[in-house]
Design a protein around this ligand. Sequence first.
Ligand SMILES: [Zn+2]
Length: 140
Amino acid sequence: MQLVTVKTFEDHFQARLLESKLESEGIPSVVLYENIITLNRMYNVAMGGILLKVHSDDYERSRKIIIDIDNSPWTDEDDQILECPKCQSTNLYGGFLSFRSLPAILAVFISFIAGGCYPIYFKSVYRCKKCGTEFKNVGE
Ligand SMILES: [Zn+2]
């Protein structure tokens, strides 16, 4: 039996969400490096992210499910399809970790000064794949 990485994550919530989705499709999977990367995001680069692994026989089916999820539009809690406020594209990254805020920049700075031992602050936003605009969903 061989485990292969089907997707990597920066955020453990998304890894666990996909793990649940695969499980509901009858595909067992395992999440690796979740704890160490959640404790210190600086390890994300060193460890190659939080890994979601599946049995090599389930790889193709898992990738198809992931591509289907990636291609479906993001919706808000009222099932309205989210769109970019600038160009109205529905082709978005969700849970995008933004450095573009003062607290995030300060957190990176402080983290480096402190030897990388403090968790880094990121703002989780949607990012338009077309024009790069980052925005938070209204109501979040
Ligand atoms: Zn856009």
